[in-house]
Design a protein around this ligand. Structure first.
Ligand SMILES: Cc1cc2nc3c(=O)[nH]c(=O)nc-3n(C[C@H](O)[C@H](O)[C@H](O)COP(=O)(O)O)c2cc1C
Length: 144
């Protein structure tokens, strides 16, 4: 069954310069082999990632990810069965804040704040925000 997981995390002091490029290079190899697609956003020392694929595969990857000392403070904010992929073209796309407009960055900050404060369990309107977030991430990156 196809599913998606979205989480945020904080980079730790173990994350070295150039690590992100290496993470993505390795991730692409692994994800391709395991039918996983997704997007990784990194800004201001924080990660936001969506991984999608067979449920057993993404749960196995999430287990690996959550043991990686280069990030911590995980909040899984999205976990759903899906009928089609949002990021099917990308084994793992990487995005940074420079790729987005101010209004889009505001939504990202919103998501980080909502989930850090853990107020998400009650808020139905966050579903709309997550959908908007996914729609923004689906667009090809443009450097503005
Ligand atoms: C923010 C972040 C995102 C990552 N995304 C992926 C990913 O999409 N796919 C992947 O295989 N590894 C990813 N990794 C690397 C894994 O955490 C882990 O290092 C890798 O799967 C190798 O794990 P292993 O040594 O237990 O086999 C990511 C690491 C970080 C810090």
């Amino acid at each position: 069954m196809l599913a998606t997981i979205g989480y945020i995390s904080n980079a730790t002091e173990h994350l070295k310069k150039g690590d992100i490029e290496n993470i993505v290079k390795d991730a692409i190899l692994y994800n391709k082999k395991h039918g996983i697609t997704g997007i990784l956003y990194f800004a201001n020392g924080k990660f936001l990632q969506f991984i999608e694929g067979d449920r057993a595969e993404i749960e196995a990857l999430y287990q690996k990810l959550s043991k990686d000392s280069r990030h911590n403070d995980f909040v899984k904010f999205h976990d759903a069965d899906i009928s089609e992929r949002a990021f099917g073209e990308w084994d793992m796309a990487i995005r940074k804040s420079e790729d987005y407009k101010a209004s889009e960055l505001e939504l990202f900050n919103d998501i980080f704040n909502i989930y850090k404060l853990k107020v998400y369990k009650t808020a139905e309107k966050n579903r709309v925000k997550i959908k908007t977030l996914i729609d923004i991430f689906r667009k090809p990156a443009v450097n503005l």
